[in-house]
Write a protein that binds this ligand. Structure first.
Ligand SMILES: C[S@@+](CC[C@H](N)C(=O)[O-])C[C@H]1O[C@@H](n2cnc3c(N)ncnc32)[C@H](O)[C@@H]1O
Length: 260
């Protein structure tokens, strides 16, 4: 039996997100539209001020916000996602949605002047140092009084799981483990192709874990996540979240928490 590794960019992003949702876009779009509506209403987002979404994936929420009249910029490291999001924006003639392929790590600043900056379901994937830097960069991307929203999976929602499904003439096997003491989630997918090859996911986002396969993700507690925002001058507070199994923190640049 042949074994090989592929990165998130080379195969897995396409397989687990874009191909996975193929044929289910109606449902996917409904969920994204409802989330965008919830975000707009809950946080009274101002359509006159642009929104930046860091690690936007294939752009579901971002496109949904553009459909509601927001000017949105989505950034992600994965070219397949950005390609998909751009195509969708073009098909739907959403000129107010733009998507950039970029690495959020490192010293390069983000564009600035945003009324709201989002980072959904991503913190915990990068190193501690990179995440601290990213929080600072997101704070700087906000206009005074602008809103930062981040969400992360809840620790108490974690449970070990083994699932499989048929996809693209092969099978995906997904093994999810949760190390409660370390606060770390391990996601190990295997793709068995129609030709019988075993394809592993090599985590492309943390070069220090080059040897590792699958995704290793630290799951922050709400308090820990609020703490990493403090050096950026952000006083985050937990807000009720619409997304099951996740918590959300919100903070305003230079503004009192009570304004949320
Ligand atoms: C779990 S997905 C979340 C996607 C989307 N925000 C959502 O909530 O559905 C994590 C995303 O982070 C992106 N990502 C990981 N490391 C990144 C980096 N260094 N720079 C930019 N994007 C990154 C991945 O490509 C992926 O789209």
């Amino acid at each position: 039996m042949q074994r090989r590794s592929e990165t998130w960019d080379s195969l897995w992003a396409q397989l687990l997100r874009i191909d996975f949702f193929a044929g289910k876009w109606e449902m996917y779009r409904k969920v994204a539209d409802s989330r965008a509506e919830w975000l707009e209403k809950t946080f009274q987002l101002d359509k006159q001020k642009p929104v930046l979404s860091c690690a936007c994936g294939e752009g579901g929420i971002e496109l949904a916000l553009a459909r509601r009249g927001f000017n949105v910029t989505g950034i992600d490291i994965c070219p397949a996602f950005i390609h998909f999001a751009r195509e969708q924006a073009s098909t739907e003639q959403l000129a107010s949605a733009s998507f950039l392929t970029a690495d959020l790590r490192g010293a390069n600043p983000l564009p600035d002047g945003f009324g709201a900056v989002f980072c959904f379901d991503t913190l915990g994937l990068l190193s501690d140092e990179e995440e601290q830097k990213l929080v600072r960069k997101m704070a700087s991307a906000l206009l005074p009084g602008g809103l930062l929203l981040v969400d992360c999976p809840l620790r108490e929602a974690q449970a070990p799981a083994r699932t499989w499904w048929e996809q693209n003439d092969g099978y995906v096997l997904m093994d999810t483990r949760w190390d409660k003491d370390a606060g770390v989630q391990y996601i190990d997918p295997i793709y068995i192709t129609a030709a019988g090859e075993f394809v592993e996911l090599r985590d492309p986002y943390d070069q220090t874990r080059e040897e590792h396969t699958g995704v290793i993700r630290y799951l922050y507690t709400q308090q820990e996540l609020a703490r990493i925002m403090q050096p950026a001058g952000l006083h985050a507070q937990a807000v009720p979240h619409q997304r099951k199994g996740y918590f959300m923190l919100a903070a305003r640049r230079g503004g009192p928490v009570s304004q949320i």
